[in-house]
Write a protein of this length. Sequence first.
Length: 207
Amino acid sequence: MPKIALTNMQGANIGEIELSDGIFAVPMNEPVVHQVIVAQLANKRQGTQSALGRTEVAGGGRKPWRQKGTGRARQGSTRAPQWTHGGVVFAPKPRDYSKSVPRKVKRLAMKCALSAKVAGNEMIVLDALHFESPKTREMAKVLAALNATKKTLLVLPGKDETVSRVSGNIPGLTIAYVNTINVLDILKCDKFVVLKDAVAQIEEVYA
C-alpha cells in the first residue's frame, strides 16, 4: 500500500496514512482518461447556437434582376449566402453535444487521476481544517504552509460553511466534496489537498 504523509494546518508532518492500492496506485490509462475528459467537456456545452439558412431569412422573394442581358452574374435571391443579410451556409442549429461513458470507465479514469496525483507528489492529506474566526487570511496562511499557492483543489468530506466563506476570495483555490470531484479538476490542479476524512470516503466510494 502506498503511504503518504499526514499534514496539519501548519504544514508539519504528524504521521503517515496508508492508501488503498486499488484506488491510489493504479497505472495511468491515457485513452480512458482522455475519453472521460472529452465527455466531461462535451457535456458542459449548451448547444444553443443557432443561425438562419437561406430558406429561413425573411425577404428575397423577388429576383433582383433579369437572368440575361445585364452583364452581371445571374442571381435568384438577395437572401443567398453571398449577399449581405443573406442566409448562412450550413447554419448551426441547436443540438445535444453530450456523450455517455460507461460507469466502469468513469471509475477507472477517476482512479487513474487520483493515482497520478500520488505518483507526482501533488497530493496532500490534511489532518483537519478548522478556523476560530472566518477570515480569508487564515486560509491563505494554511495554503502557504502547505506550499499550495497556485491552482489548488481542496476536497472536503462534507459541506462546511466556514471553509467555504474563508476560501471564496482566494484565487486559484477550488472547493469540492467527495461526491463532486471529477477527473478534469483533479488533473488540472497543481496541488490536490484532501482532508483525512475525505480520503476514507473516497476509498469507500471507489473500493
